[in-house]
Design a protein around this ligand. Structure first.
Ligand SMILES: CC(C)(COP(=O)(O)OP(=O)(O)OC[C@H]1O[C@@H](n2cnc3c(N)ncnc32)[C@H](O)[C@@H]1OP(=O)(O)O)[C@@H](O)C(=O)NCCC(=O)NCCS
Length: 162
């Protein structure tokens, strides 16, 4: 049985002091990771949502940053540009919590469709996105490097249900 999300999970806006830890999780998660400088530049963009998930923090112990999500907002469309969870914290519902929060936030901001690209071979991410209602709408050939691979373009309709 899967462990349930940590009861101490907190999701908040990313701060500059989070970027060292985020860069370390990114390097552990991707063969072509974003750099610290890319994250720094990203934080300064206005049309961007950058959330982090933290665990713990009770009893005077500092919380641990365990995941993050970056989304771009372009009027009524959005794009999930980056998402990762620390390897030791996976399969505990953290990515699901981050995505649910960012979907709610961008929907509140007027976004009606959320897009993202995923490596065709990334079974974990594809299962996550399928579970959250993303559907395949296209393919970008040779989109990724290290190794070269196609991206699947996924879309999640955020229009309020009647
Ligand atoms: C993909 C990733 C973000 C998932 O994070 P996570 O916190 O472990 O995911 P969750 O625990 O929220 O999983 C939610 C659901 O996604 C699916 N899922 C997640 N990981 C899975 C895996 N390894 N295998 C199969 N299904 C998986 C399941 O449906 C899961 O629900 P369940 O645990 O009740 O079965 C994480 O594996 C990761 O950081 N991978 C490397 C970076 C990456 O690929 N990012 C996405 C780029 S597009």
């Amino acid at each position: 049985m899967r462990a349930s999300p940590s009861s101490t999970l907190t999701i908040r806006r990313c701060l500059p002091q989070d970027l060292e830890r985020i860069s370390a999780i990114e390097r552990a998660s991707f063969s072509d990771p974003w750099t610290f400088e890319t994250f720094s530049a990203t934080l300064a963009l206005r049309h961007l949502r950058f959330l982090v998930a933290e665990e713990g923090g009770a009893g005077g112990v500092a919380p641990t940053l365990v995941g993050y999500v970056v989304a771009l907002v372009m009027v009524d469309e959005g794009e999930v540009a980056d998402l990762a969870v620390a390897p030791s914290a996976r399969r505990r519902g953290i990515a699901r919590s981050l995505l649910e929060r960012i979907m709610a936030e961008v929907m509140e901001a007027g976004v009606r469709a959320l897009y993202l690209e995923v490596r065709e071979s990334n079974a974990a991410a594809r299962a996550l996105y399928q579970a959250l209602g993303f559907e395949p709408v296209g393919r970008r050939r040779g989109y990724y490097q290290h190794p070269t691979e196609d991206a699947l373009l996924l879309r999640r309709d955020l229009a309020p249900r009647a």
